[in-house]
Design a protein around this ligand. Structure first.
Ligand SMILES: Cc1ncc(C[n+]2csc(CCOP(=O)(O)OP(=O)(O)O)c2C)c(N)n1
Length: 597
């Protein structure tokens, strides 16, 4: 799409080398506010045809004779949203609307026919009142002819769909018809081979383009460095020989738990065409006998949610998951009414907050915890690393009864717990820095919050998910740079929240900072409401701060870049702590002054 717009003259084609990089107008999914030529922002499948219906309706209302075109995938046809729009288009006789379907027969989890069959598409559209034209999508003459035909409105009062048969990755031997090439960049060698096979190797000056991308990246690096608080030395992950950590994708803990607990015959996993990426497919990996309890639902989050409620109604333990945005936002009403109102035992998995990185704003779940924590009957767990994710899934899947939501990251995240670290649902852990050590995990001590004895630390940081390792790193910065002692509270269970741990942190340290990889508020407001509503704390001065995303959409970029861009790194937490500690000092001096005068 970006190349098409470039060739049409909207911007210099070579600018597209910044694709999916931070601040780039070429976002992981197109955004109309960032790039000329993009008519509507997209990224959440199945909504485009409805927007096109709206635009075509407006054209009719205003008496314009333009045509609205909407390009869709064939896997995307699994979204019920598309068929609502298809119905509306024929009902309102939108002969100024043309749908184009790229029928390459592949989607992320494999062949469309295996994931969730959508054929026969031609008959289905005809039965919805559309005119259908089928073409070879690689034959430009056929495509142009079909579009001209469609534009002239072949049958008055009928919308038209052009079904373009294509081959994904056509012309490149190792990409043709391979599902794995979704959203994945080739290596340098693969790129050269691919260009060679397309006859473009000597046509495209790829070295110059790569240099342009490199230059852009160094500008991004400089901007980010300027935005990140600096201290006397570098405390970034594994940047020195001390305090080293193992990094492992958090999502793997979820897959490990499903592998183990999938033996339970009640467990049924629902696939939503992103199965490998979130590791839900580990449920049946190497266990073909479990395939009967693997239900591929296609890209149809809303129906799958209500179907999960139905499975739970019959005594099953359904698990479904996808990107947090599609697991907990698109289907919010189904979660609210079908799952929560009926109080069904469904495990919902929201994957990849900031860590989807280059996919950009549409795929970065930064609001899901508001909704999930706001639902009656729902329990919410946000584990901090791969091991805690496994323990949390073990517990939620087999022991906890009722609606439950777990949220974890895709990228490698610092492993800061061990098999022996306590994990008790609804009960926080207190983590304390004891020394600098070669391995960070050995430098900290973790105890279950009720077992913690007050050490009158200078401040508390209450964190959840991937912010727990960041909070631990902030505690290290604060100790090394300023000698401050920090109580890190791992609030892995966000609902029901551990009120006692919050009250103690507020009372015993007087400064509470929350840290969340989410719009500020899911954790911050829950913590502040405990502090403000607890009679025990009436009149007790508590200085508070909140680290999180500040009411903005995400951006494409590497996950570690986004942590800095969103202002949620350990360095940002430490900076906030220093500010609050300075305020606390002034307050103490004011009090002393008042007492002595
Ligand atoms: C609502 C929603 N659910 C899931 C996704 C994740 N996703 C992105 S592309 C894709 C597969 C799309 O398949 P298809 O429409 O056939 O497009 P193609 O494979 O040809 O790119 C999925 C599941 C999404 N973007 N939006």
């Amino acid at each position: 799409m970006y190349l098409g717009l470039g060739f049409a003259g909207y911007f210099p084609i070579e600018d597209i080398v910044t694709l999916r990089k931070l601040y780039s107008p070429f976002q992981g999914h197109p955004h109309r506010l960032k790039l000329p030529g993009v008519e509507v922002s997209s990224g959440s499948l199945g909504q485009g045809l409805s927007i096109a219906v709206g635009m075509a309706l407006a054209g009719k209302l205003d008496g314009h004779n333009h045509t609205v075109f909407c390009i869709m995938g064939d896997g995307a046809q699994q979204e019920g949203n598309i068929w609502e729009a298809a119905m509306e288009a024929s009902h309102y006789k939108l002969d100024n609307l043309v749908g184009i379907i790229d029928r390459n027969r592949l989607q992320i989890d494999g062949w469309v026919k295996d994931v969730m069959n959508v054929e026969p598409l031609d008959e289905r559209y005809r039965s919805f009142g559309w005119e259908v034209i089928e073409v070879d999508g690689h034959d430009i003459e056929q495509v142009v002819h079909a579009l001209q035909q469609a534009k002239s409105g072949p049958v008055p009062g009928k919308p038209t769909v052009v079904i373009a048969n294509t081959v994904k990755g056509k012309g490149i031997s190792f990409m043709e018809n391979v599902a794995g090439w979704h959203g994945k960049a080739p290596s340098h060698d693969e790129m050269v081979k691919g260009l060679d096979e397309l006859g473009l190797k000597n046509v495209i000056a790829y070295d110059a383009l790569l240099n342009k991308a490199k230059k852009y990246q160094s500008e991004v690096d400089a901007t980010l460095a300027a935005k990140t608080p600096a201290f006397s030395r570098d405390y970034w992950w594994n940047s020195t020989s001390q305090m080293r950590v193992k990094m492992e994708p958090t999502r793997k803990g979820f897959g490990q738990s499903l592998q183990k607990n999938g033996e339970d015959e009640r467990v049924v996993c629902l696939g939503l065409d992103i199965s490998g990426s979130i590791t839900i497919s580990d449920f049946y990996a190497g266990k073909p006998e479990r395939k009967s309890r693997w239900v591929s639902m296609g890209i149809a989050e809303q129906s799958a949610t209500a179907a999960a409620a139905g499975l739970a109604r019959e005594g099953k333990l359904p698990v479904f998951g996808t990107y947090g945005t599609f697991a907990a936002a698109r289907n919010l009403d189904q979660i609210r009414v079908s799952v929560c109102y009926g109080n069904f035992n469904v495990l919902i998995v929201g994957a990849h907050g900031v860590s989807v990185g280059p996919d950009g704003a549409t795929h970065q779940a930064l609001e899901d915890l508001f909704a999930m924590c706001g639902l009656p009957n729902m329990s919410v767990v946000v584990p901090c690393d791969v091991i805690e994710t496994r323990k949390a899934t073990d517990y939620l899947l087999l022991q906890h009864v009722g609606p439950k939501y777990i949220r974890f990251a895709r990228e490698a995240t610092a492993v800061v717990t061990t098999g022996d670290t306590p994990f008790v649902f609804g009960m926080a852990n207190v983590i304390r820095l004891r020394r600098e050590a070669p391995e960070m995990i050995d430098a900290f001590e973790t105890v279950l919050a009720p077992n913690y004895v007050n050490e009158r630390e200078d401040l508390s940081i209450i964190a959840c998910g991937p912010m727990v390792p960041e909070a631990m790193r902030a505690a290290w910065v604060l100790k090394q740079e300023f000698g401050y002692e920090t109580r890190v509270v791992n609030m892995h269970t966000m609902k029901p929240i551990d009120e006692t741990a919050i009250i103690r942190a507020a009372k015993e340290t007087g400064i509470v900072i929350t840290a969340e990889e989410h719009q500020i508020g899911a954790l911050a407001w829950r913590v502040s409401s405990v502090i403000t509503e607890t009679p025990e704390l009436y009149g007790v001065p508590v200085i508070s701060g909140a680290i999180g995303v500040k009411d903005r959409f995400g951006d494409s970029g590497a996950p570690w870049e986004l942590i800095k861009e969103f202002g949620v790194s350990a360095e940002h937490i430490a900076q906030k702590a220093v500010e609050l500690l300075a305020i606390a000092k002034i307050k103490k001096e004011e009090e002393r002054f008042q007492l002595t005068h």
